[in-house]
Design a protein around this ligand. Structure first.
Ligand SMILES: NC(=O)c1ccc[n+]([C@@H]2O[C@H](COP(=O)([O-])OP(=O)(O)OC[C@H]3O[C@@H](n4cnc5c(N)ncnc54)[C@H](O)[C@@H]3O)[C@@H](O)[C@H]2O)c1
Ligand SMILES: O=CCCC(=O)O
Length: 665
């Protein structure tokens, strides 16, 4: 069937014309691949299957920077000016929180424990803030009968520094525990189904207050010398690494990814912060060669202003640091809205930014109602730039709103990444790469391998190698040692993957591994995982282009294997998607490597490599995968305005001696 597709391709057929011809690929009589990859001593992480940590982020070391308290703010001049203007501390408190009274905190016997102390409590050695006081939360809760912000005892037991586990947003330097309408939302551990935190559900009021706070301190922050901004970012980086075990525990609890993957994300996220600290001091304009003698021309690079950052749940840290670090480095101030599914990592990051000396109001954190917060950010005239990572559907909506206000926007959206395995590929390397990429974060990564196209001559050997690796993986609660594949984030995600697998099987796909929910007894984590959203890593053979997994981003642990017969067919199949984020291919042929890399319509290409993410390289997509780039030298440009200044020199001079120009030039 694919040979027919090849013939059609040669005669100029389009991808849609190919559809009927690729739906019934024949079996192959190829010899099996030469045995499965050598088994690691213990259960390998998915990334280890690919022989990489899943990111090429520069390894960073924990610095000697103390985590034992609040580091002196970046610029004394800034703080003095801010204090004089009443900007430092509590200008933008919300009314409820502003009236907070410090009350004794009785020991709680319940499973839920108030997490946050009153705002600005003095830090204790080791970074722990005093817990002996709290706001008027209990009174508010009693008065209204509403549940109050809280964290579970289980979550608190997972961290050393309980000061990282606040139950509040951050607005103008004030930790705000009560939403203006007193409503709350729950954070759920996807491995167990247990509620691990209850937080204030903020909406338009809080967003407006956060935007106002960010706007108030913008003049001071953008005037803070770049070296001082960089110093704050470096302290933030150091504190993140010093607290990486705690951040990983929070991340795994709220998004489910295995601890090893959480630590890899933290290393990558910290590397971004370090990178942009370096970029801050290298911001430079241009001096242009003027076309005439009587003028001079320069280009200034200036911060765009207040930035709204909206981030997804699948990378609760690195999607934040990729936006916030370049924005702060450029001299912008930020209102951050993390995913409501994973706000705890964001709260810990904001707490550490505060300890690093980031002045009040420069980074604000608004938690809760996505639509209300997003609407305020996109339609505010004060916010000059939106940085968004998430689904293409929400991204398009935000882009329409931003367009109406002629607001800058960068979008990191969905993907549908192809992997092409050519007949000359190193098949063992390819199999490891496919498994590592497709199952990273249980398949919930925007650059996950979603569609695997294999030359028919090596199809069976590659399939056998992939299945061999998948069968070794351990599924369960990501907090358990040795787990490679954690839960899906929600029941809806589980339903989508189930739908893709059922659809593929109904259309003739061969189930080579997995196919459904694993037996509870097989899951690492025991009985507690009964409420978790687990799906067994699944391999489908003889996949065809009429299947949902060809057209849609699965965002789950599914590896569909398609056949192709020629290079042209492979590239055409890969490009047959509205997405254009990442693509991977395996070959040893240098000429093919160049041709295919140039012809793939994707923003990022991995050649014989799937661990392509790095703070030094531009991250972003083509087509409906987004606009703009994060990371690298391109990432900071998204937060800078270009201003051209033309200086005419033909003005009349007050005295001949002070004449700078004129006809003498
Ligand atoms: N290209 C990339 O770099 C990249 C990285 C990670 C994830 N993603 C994509 O993100 C998607 C998964 O993330 P998700 O499910 O969290 O996406 P999502 O679009 O549902 O949510 C992303 C963020 O947008 C917020 N949001 C939701 N509705 C909103 C609205 N009406 N207005 C404003 N904000 C709103 C959410 O609360 C969250 O903070 C996948 O498609 C994945 O490919 C892309
Ligand atoms: O999901 C998107 C981020 C993936 C990555 O940083 O490698």
């Amino acid at each position: 069937a694919c040979c027919q597709a090849h013939a059609m391709l040669a005669s100029g057929a389009s991808a849609s014309q190919l559809m009927p011809y690729c739906s019934a690929a024949p079996g192959s009589s190829e010899q099996p691949f030469g045995g499965p990859a050598p088994a690691p001593a213990t259960h390998p992480t998915v990334a280890e299957c690919a022989g990489s940590a899943g990111t090429t982020a520069t390894a960073t070391t924990t610095s000697a920077a103390s985590s034992s308290g609040r580091v002196a703010p970046a610029s004394p001049a800034f703080l003095a000016a801010a204090a004089a203007r009443g900007l430092v501390r509590a200008t933008h408190h919300l009314s409820l929180a502003a009236t907070s009274a410090a009350l004794p905190c009785p020991a709680s016997a319940s499973a839920f424990t108030p997490a946050s102390a009153s705002s600005r409590a003095a830090p204790l050695p080791g970074g722990v803030r005093h817990k002996g006081t709290r706001t008027n939360l209990d009174e508010a809760a009693q008065a209204t009968g509403l549940s109050k912000p809280a964290v579970s005892a289980d979550l608190l037991a997972r961290v050393k520094d309980a000061g990282l586990v606040r139950t509040a947003g951050l607005i103008g330097g004030k930790w705000t525990e009560v939403a203006s309408d007193k409503s709350t939302f729950d954070v759920v551990n996807p491995a167990t189904g247990a509620v691990i935190a209850t937080l204030p559900r903020m909406r338009a009021d809080e967003t407006r207050a956060a935007i106002a706070a960010a706007h108030s301190v913008l003049p001071q922050w953008r005037a803070t010398p770049a070296r001082e901004r960089a110093a704050v970012l470096r302290r933030w980086h150091d504190l993140i690494l010093a607290h990486k075990a705690d951040i990983a525990a929070l991340m795994t609890a709220e998004c489910g990814k295995p601890t090893a993957e959480a630590l890899a994300e933290i290393a990558g996220g910290a590397a971004s912060v370090d990178w942009f600290a370096g970029e801050a001091v290298r911001i430079a304009g241009d001096v242009l060669e003027p076309p005439s003698r009587d003028r001079r021309m320069v280009v200034l690079k200036q911060p765009v202003g207040v930035v709204g950052a909206i981030t997804p749940w699948n990378f609760p840290m690195s999607m934040i640091t990729r936006k916030v670090a370049p924005a702060l480095a450029a001299g912008c101030t930020v209102v951050l809205k993390p995913a409501e599914l994973t706000p705890l990592t964001a709260i810990a990051l904001a707490e550490l930014a505060e300890r690093a000396g980031l002045p009040d109001g420069v980074l604000n954190l608004v938690l809760g109602d996505a639509a209300a917060i997003g609407h305020e950010l996109v339609h505010s005239d004060t916010v000059r730039k939106i940085g968004f990572t998430g689904s293409t559907a929400v991204g398009k909506m935000l882009a329409a709103g931003a367009g109406a206000g002629v607001k800058r926007i960068s979008l990191e959206l969905g993907g549908n990444a192809p992997v092409l395995v050519f007949e000359d590929a190193d098949l063992e390397l390819a199999a490891r790469g496919i498994v590592a990429s497709a199952l990273r974060n249980a398949g919930q990564t925007c650059i996950c391998a979603n569609r695997v196209f294999v030359h028919t001559a090596v199809y069976d050997r590659l399939a056998e190698a992939v299945v061999g690796l998948v069968r070794k993986l351990k599924v369960g609660d990501g907090a358990e040692a040795g787990v490679n594949v954690g839960p899906l984030i929600t029941a809806a995600a589980l339903e989508k993957v189930t739908g893709h697998v059922n659809d593929a099987v109904a259309k003739g796909g061969k189930l080579l591994a997995g196919g459904g929910r694993p037996e509870a007894a097989a899951l690492a984590g025991g009985a507690a995982t009964a409420g978790g959203h687990f799906f067994a890593p699944t391999v489908i053979g003889e996949a065809t282009i009429d299947m949902r997994c060809f057209k849609e981003e699965t965002f789950g642990p599914l590896i569909p294997l398609f056949r192709f017969g020629s290079d042209g067919e492979a590239v055409l199949l890969a490009n047959t998607t509205e997405y254009g984020l990442a693509a991977y291919f395996y070959t040893r042929d240098l000429g093919r490597a160049w041709r295919v890399a140039e012809e793939l319509e994707f923003g990022m290409i991995g050649l014989n490599e799937v661990a392509i993410t790095s703070e030094v390289a531009p991250f972003g997509g083509l087509k409906q995968s987004g606009l703009g780039r994060e990371q690298s030298k391109y990432g900071i440009a998204e937060f800078m305005d270009v201003k051209y200044v033309c200086m005419g020199l033909n003005y009349s001079s007050p005295s001949p001696s002070s004449s700078p120009s004129g006809s003498g030039l």
